[in-house]
Design a protein around this ligand. Sequence first.
Ligand code: GLN
Length: 197
Amino acid sequence: MTLRAGVLAVQGDVSEHAAAIERAAAAHDETAEVVEIRESGIVPDCDALLLPGGESTTISRLVSREGIDAEIQAHVDDGKPVLATCAGLIVAATDAQDDRVETLNLIDATIERNAFGRQKDSFEAPLDVAGLDEPFPAVFIRAPIIDYVGDGVEVLASWDDRPVAVRDGPVVGTSFHPELTDDSRVHDLAFFDSVQA
Ligand code: GLN
């Protein structure tokens, strides 16, 4: 099967995510067709969606201005998978604790933006992630952290006892940037495990 994966391309690491999705597909003897989303009308034809990092205030403004927000919500209502990373996680949550971010309410979670102090602004750490045999090399860049998750949310990984990777139904959210390593296991977890289930 060919997975048609849409990457929200208003900001962020689009080509790195596209490469990670293609590698994850190849590991399943499948192929992925990656399309960039900058306007409405593309999301309804996608099997999977990726909301990358960037600046959550900018991303949320563009998504609502272009009318992509309702399309993403309909995609999730249909049970189709989403991977939301860093700023993408902030936009996907229910509460970003910041009025400038219009959240999409895809993940029942309250987020603290830029939660790591200055020396830890950017760092890489091996992270134990539920469902993965070996630690994942997680790259955090001015990363958010999760303050609170609702009952239906599974915590996949934590840092300093606070969640940094979660799953709410078909939506996986990470505080870190899984596209910045050659390791595509988080993309695999988000897209191929749930697509095949
Ligand atoms: N600090 C950014 C925000 O709050 C997120 C950083 C990122 O995506 N790397 O939107």
